[in-house]
Design a protein around this ligand. Structure first.
Ligand code: ATP
Length: 358
């Protein structure tokens, strides 16, 4: 649906997009994820035609968009600041883009009502836009974009101004809406959780480049670099020493965990050129309670910090022989106590859950 070919963008001397090549498939929910300033908004704007590119090409539906102005592209954008007109009614806002539509006013009114229904605002048409809540305004903005039936809907951090609860609700609604309509959605977000929840695929961007493009599970389980691993969720790192390697395995010595082996598919694709490091997610470790035995391997340590979240507890553990703590997340189970700081414990872990960065 959308293809970036070696897209470069300079703002004066500043190199904002450094050779972006990627494809976004028709009907997918695609996210551009990265920290502030990485170029994700710029890239989104090149799809809309709000931003000229310095070199390369952006294609939509196989067609080079170089000479196609924004208003002639099959795209529509929903912005972070809802950009609705407060002095108009909800229906006037939603119907705004139909001003020059040749359809009769009755037909347009029907289209407005349909769009409002899509976003869960059926019957809200006559209300004043300024009297709507933040979440409702964002829905109005969404309905206004959808009424034009774009092939691609571009979403620039549309939920970042909303409260956590409303944001989570909107996320679920947006996913449903996207499945229902089958339109290609491209979302810009700096919120990794939002990207993981919503997307079919995610492009993680740093410094004007795509660091990794994959589905959420692959990004989480097989990050191709420490930087991606750190940006998506929490990952523990321990220094490692490669002691032997063959086509089928890499043998390592890891302080705190001892000697272990990983398979080649556990080795991150990008080499960092530094010291070898193993990474593991907090939920791949288990704290063993008195009398419990590990089905896999175990390591002794002391609880350094306890962070209680109600459904979960995070424990920071100092494994014997390691100075930096590792984080373990444990689902709280009724009847099982949360352990105290200073408790000596054992941790179960599995070599299969590790990622080797080197
Ligand atoms: P954020 O989440 O903060 O919006 P972003 O990843 O979307 O970040 P962009 O808005 O794409 O980042 O900006 C990328 C870089 O280009 C930033 O360093 C920004 O300062 C710079 N930039 C963006 N627009 C312009 C402009 N019109 N003129 C000059 N520099 C710009």
């Amino acid at each position: 649906m959308i293809e970036f070919r070696e897209v470069q963008k300079y703002y004066g001397d500043y190199h904002a997009l450094r050779g972006i090549s990627a494809e976004i498939r028709a009907g997918e929910f695609f996210s551009l994820l990265g920290p502030s300033g990485c170029g994700k908004t710029t890239l989104l704007r090149t799809i809309a035609g709000f931003e000229d590119i310095s070199s390369g090409a952006v294609l939509i539906d196989g067609k080079d968009m170089s000479n196609v102005p924004a208003n002639k592209r099959p795209t529509n954008m929903v912005f972070q600041s809802y950009a609705i007109f407060p002095h108009l009614t909800v229906a006037e806002n939603v119907g705004f883009g139909l001003r020059r539509d040749p359809r009769s006013s009755a037909e347009k009114a029907r289209a407005v009502e349909e769009a409002l229904e899509l976003v869960g605002l059926k019957g809200y048409g006559p209300r004043a836009a300024h009297a709507m809540s933040g979440g409702q305004r964002q829905r109005v903005a969404l309905a206004r974009a959808l009424i034009l039936k774009p092939k691609v809907l571009l979403l620039d951090e549309p939920m970042s101004a909303l409260d956590k609860k409303i944001r989570e609700q909107m996320q679920v609604e947006l996913i449903k809406l996207q499945r229902e309509l089958g339109i290609t959605f491209v979302l810009v977000t700096h919120d990794q959780e939002e990207a993981l929840v919503m997307s079919d695929r995610i492009a993680v961007m740093f410094d004007g480049e795509i660091a990794q493009l994959a589905d959420p599970e692959t990004l989480y389980r097989h990050p191709n670099s420490r930087r991606v691993a750190n940006f998506i969720g929490v990952m523990n790192f321990l220094p490692a020493r490669v002691t032997a390697e063959s086509d089928s395995h890499v043998a390592l010595e890891v302080p705190g965990l001892g000697p272990l082996e990983v398979t080649p598919d556990q080795v991150a694709a990008q080499t960092s050129g530094g010291e070898a490091t193993v990474g593991f997610r907090p939920e791949t470790l288990t704290l063993l309670y008195e009398g419990q035995t590990a089905s896999d391997r175990e390591a002794p340590g002391v609880i350094d910090e306890v962070v209680y979240y109600g459904d979960m507890t995070y424990y920071d553990i100092r494994l014997d022989g390691v100075s930096a703590p590792v984080r373990i997340s444990m689902r709280n189970v009724f009847g099982r106590p949360v352990l105290d700081v200073g408790s000596r414990i054992r941790v179960a872990w599995s070599p299969g859950a590790l990622v080797l960065f080197r």
